[in-house]
Design a protein around this ligand. Structure first.
Ligand SMILES: Nc1ncnc2c1ncn2[C@@H]1O[C@H](COP(=O)(O)OP(=O)(O)O)[C@@H](O)[C@H]1O
Ligand SMILES: [Mg+2]
Length: 429
């Protein structure tokens, strides 16, 4: 940009005597003088041969024609109308040139009826440059061109960069199917390389995640059969056990059941991770919540805790009811576990135009703010949180979150004023 402006202001250097068309008039005069000198030196020379020695075509500035007394170009070129008219006009050629066009300049002195005609090009900047305002004009032209170039450049670079940014955000949000190479088209520059590397990276992350899911699924699967055999062996052992041994076997069975439940949950989770949608059927979410709460109320009472539902009389939404039930159960179980003795867990259902929100509030210790998002990761447990014997091994909230995401919804957690955790499950209506 700066360069263009510098060149623009330097280029014209208009001189006070320079007039529109001076270059062309001078060219006519110079060539005519030279021809005259050559003819004086040797009058037998052919003007056509001499003409070949000049550079006559100087487009776009001007074109020089040397025409015969019959009005034809000595080199046999076809003449533009204005030149042809001047070539064949009788009388004073200077006067005729002025009458026909300002772009014509002619010399015929001492050329034996031949005429040197310069037809000034139509390149609009040249005459304009010679005028006093020319420098300003060219400078503005340069500024406008640079601005246009800058805009083009910005679009050419900014657009693919924006696409990369959007793709990056999608990947961060868990969509590993995005690819940017197709959107940068046939480029072969650094942007294209960046897009290529981006896609490579996304593919790699995708492959890593998939192998992680596969491993999780395979390991859990492999653990199932020995676990089943252990349970069978224990029940055989129980038949011949004395009282002390029966108590140990009871303990073992409790642990085995925990293990079995955990493995089941991991398998469910890995299945949900692999799925990309859900089968939906009309489900009354209020009924579903009521059933869960009725089941939980008994356990809650034993632990000196309460649970209550606040919801409209019904709310029918197309969902995979099993998955929604699992999600709500996991969150409600957590809330009942963590809420303080003598307090209640509040479950409420709220509707707006687009979403259904199921909110589960407790009066427990809550979760440090920085960890609120992490509790939805599989196997994540808050350090120092109370020992969780009856829990699902840190995978309950991951299942809840995945269930919501499969429905196009989301799960989030926040700390309540006055203590306690609020978990919000959101589903599109
Ligand atoms: N209502 C709650 N109050 C406090 N902490 C909670 C609550 N719900 C979940 N958490 C924290 O989030 C972690 C993950 O929960 P979850 O995935 O259900 O696993 P689990 O219950 O098996 O530990 C828990 O270990 C606990 O630290
Ligand atoms: Mg849990």
């Amino acid at each position: 940009m700066a360069l263009t402006v510098a060149v623009a202001t330097w280029l014209p250097q208009p001189h006070a005597t320079i007039q529109d068309g001076l270059i062309s008039a001078q060219a006519a005069e110079l060539i005519a003088r030279d021809l005259r000198r050559e003819l004086e030196r040797d009058p037998t020379q052919s003007i056509a041969e001499l003409a070949k020695g000049y550079e006559l075509d100087q487009a776009p500035i001007q074109t020089v024609y040397i025409v015969t007394p019959d009005g034809l170009d000595v080199l046999g070129r076809s003449l533009p109308d204005a030149v042809a008219e001047l070539a064949s006009s009788p009388g004073d050629p200077q006067q005729a040139a002025r009458n026909i066009s300002r772009r014509l300049h002619v010399q015929d002195d001492g050329l034996a009826g031949y005429r040197v005609i310069v037809f000034q090009g139509f390149f609009p900047l040249f005459p304009a440059l010679a005028k006093p305002g020319g420098r300003v004009l060219l400078a503005s032209f340069a500024v406008i061109t640079s601005a246009a170039m800058a805009m083009l450049l910005a679009r050419f670079i900014a657009r693919p960069v924006r696409r990369l940014r959007i793709a990056g955000r999608k990947v961060a949000a868990g969509d590993l199917s995005v690819r940017v190479v197709p959107s940068v088209g046939g480029r072969s520059d650094d942007i294209a390389k960046l897009a290529h590397d981006f896609d490579l990276m996304t593919e790699r992350i995708d492959a890593l995640l998939q192998s992680r899911h596969r491993m999780l699924r395979d390991v859990s699967h492999e653990l199932r059969s020995p676990l089943a055999r252990l349970q069978a062996l224990l029940s055989i052992q129980r038949q011949s056990a004395d009282t002390a041994e029966t108590r140990r076997i009871d303990r073992m069975e409790v642990e085995l059941e925990r293990l079995d439940r955990l493995i089941g949950e991991i398998l469910d989770y890995s299945r949900m991770e692999a799925a990309d949608g859900v089968g939906r059927h009309a489900t009354d979410l209020v009924d579903l919540l009521q059933t869960i709460i009725d089941d939980a109320a008994l356990e809650a009472e034993v632990a000196d805790k309460g649970i209550a539902l606040r919801a409209p009389s019904s709310c029918v939404v197309a969902v995979e009811s099993n998955l929604v039930q699992r999600a709500v159960e996991n969150v409600v179980r957590n809330a009942l576990k963590h809420t303080a003795k003598g307090t209640a867990v509040d479950v409420s259902l709220k509707l707006d135009a687009k979403n259904v929100r199921i909110i589960i509030d407790d009066r427990g210790p809550g979760v440090p703010d920085a960890l609120l998002a992490r509790i939805f990761e599989p196997f994540y447990r808050v350090e120092g949180a109370q020992a969780t014997r009856s829990s699902g091994g840190g995978i309950g909230l991951a299942i809840a979150e995945r269930s919501m995401r499969l429905h196009g919804g989301s799960a989030s957690a926040s700390n309540r004023e006055g203590g306690g955790l609020r978990v919000e499950l959101q589903l599109p209506r």
